[in-house]
Design a protein around this ligand. Structure first.
Ligand code: MN
Length: 404
């Protein structure tokens, strides 16, 4: 069986107010071509299909058109699960219609796919967290755990009355589901799993909405189903194999979604799997049609030239300019006209550099002076007089309280 693993499409996502839909459309066309050329039998989409729980109509249209095109009237099986950005109900709303096209859409663990026809293939068995499919006379058991939010996973264990007293952690709850999945796997089947979660020790970027804040929703690698031959994960936008695991991979996002994703290529994984054998895994890179760049310029003139020179190039750019005075509105307007794909213009004032280079003995400065310098280094301009007065007032009041 030839499987393709992708995730984190984030359809409808904006970058600093700019739509990425055109790029998403282009890359999905090219991905569909890759899928067809490589004779893929099964496509796994590991969550974050959309960027928000209420995606724009254009994003939904792009998703439906794409999966319909990929499945080629049910010739190929496509399975998509909800990520932390998706609304589970919205993603799976059309699931009943989708089976005919060979498509399985799963919002939560409570969605149990129906046994029966799946395009030209068949779901032979299903239950909480798994399906068994027959695709071109090869059988696969696929563990499926759509984004297990804390609330959704607790829901699963609501009958376990002494959950609180057992003090069972999030990682352990997820582990219990994966245990159930592990027990379904057989020697005569291709054994796979797919989920959308954060596995301990993985590398993050700036464009994921963290689900691991405070360490609460981190899953230990040892909890993943160890009998799975391949585990397709979503959430992290940098493609990577999970630390200490031979079988679990994040495919990464479809496009660069932040400037922290500049240094490496986006991709998908193709897995050639047979029962009872280690699968062959290869990475296919996705074209970077409109890269994000950071331009550092020493003067306004240099910035204007840079915008002019790159006007025709397909690129997004964060512009950083060294300045010793505030940028005029007319100058900002001019730069944006020359390069409409400027994501932001960040002035770097010389004063800021001076502040950074000079060791400061803060004990020798009063708090009002420190506030003024901090404001200047953050905003690039001096705080207004009334703001300074307000700050001093707050400091005075805090002082009064402390003394009281
Ligand atoms: Mn994501």
């Amino acid at each position: 069986m030839r499987i393709l693993h992708t995730s984190d499409w984030h359809l409808g996502k904006h970058l600093e107010g700019h739509s990425r839909l055109e790029e998403q459309e282009y890359i999905l066309k090219s991905l569909t071509k890759t899928i067809k050329e490589n004779d893929i039998d099964l496509v796994l989409i590991a969550g974050d299909i959309y960027d928000t729980s209420n995606p724009p109509a254009k994003a939904e249209k792009l998703f439906y058109n794409t999966i319909k095109d990929i499945s080629e009237d049910g010739k190929r099986v496509v399975i998509a699960i909800a990520g932390n950005h998706d609304s589970p109900d919205r993603l799976s709303a059309s699931r009943v219609l989708a089976y005919d096209h060979g498509i399985v859409l799963l919002g939560t663990l409570n969605d149990i796919p129906s046994v029966g026809k799946l395009g030209s293939h068949e779901i032979i068995d299903s239950g909480r967290g798994y399906i068994e499919v027959n695709i071109n006379s090869e059988k696969a058991i696929i563990g499926l755990l759509p984004y297990p939010s804390e609330q959704r996973i607790k829901e699963v264990f609501k009958d376990v009355t002494d959950l609180e007293s057992m003090q069972i952690s999030y990682s352990e709850m997820v582990g219990k589901i994966f245990d159930e999945i592990n027990q379904k796997y057989r020697e005569d089947t291709i054994n796979l799993a797919m989920s959308h979660l954060f596995v301990e020790g993985s590398i993050t970027t700036d464009s994921e909405r963290p689900i691991q804040i405070g360490g609460g929703l981190v899953v230990e690698g040892s909890k993943l189903p160890n009998k799975a031959q391949y585990i397709a994960l979503g959430h992290l936008h940098r493609p990577q194999r999970v630390k200490k695991s031979e079988t679990a991979f994040y495919s990464g996002s479809l496009l660069q979604y932040s400037s922290s994703e500049i240094g490496y290529s986006k991709g998908v994984y193709i897995i050639e799997a047979q029962s009872n054998e280690a699968p062959k895994i290869s990475e296919v890179f996705l074209e970077n049609i409109k890269p994000i760049e950071i331009w550092k310029c020493d003067t306004l003139e240099q910035s204007i030239k840079r915008c002019l020179d790159n006007n025709d190039r397909q690129t997004w750019a964060y512009l950083k300019i060294k300045l010793n005075q505030v940028l005029m509105q007319s100058e900002i307007k001019k730069l944006k006209e020359l390069k409409p794909d400027l994501l932001s213009i960040m002035p770097i004032y010389d004063i800021e550099e001076e502040l950074q280079n000079e060791p400061v003995d803060i004990t020798k400065k009063n708090i009002s002076q420190l506030f003024k310098e901090f404001y200047l280094s953050e905003r690039g301009v001096n705080p207004k007089e009334d703001l300074l007065e307000l700050f001093d007032e707050v400091v005075r009041e805090a002082g009064d309280i402390n003394e009281a």
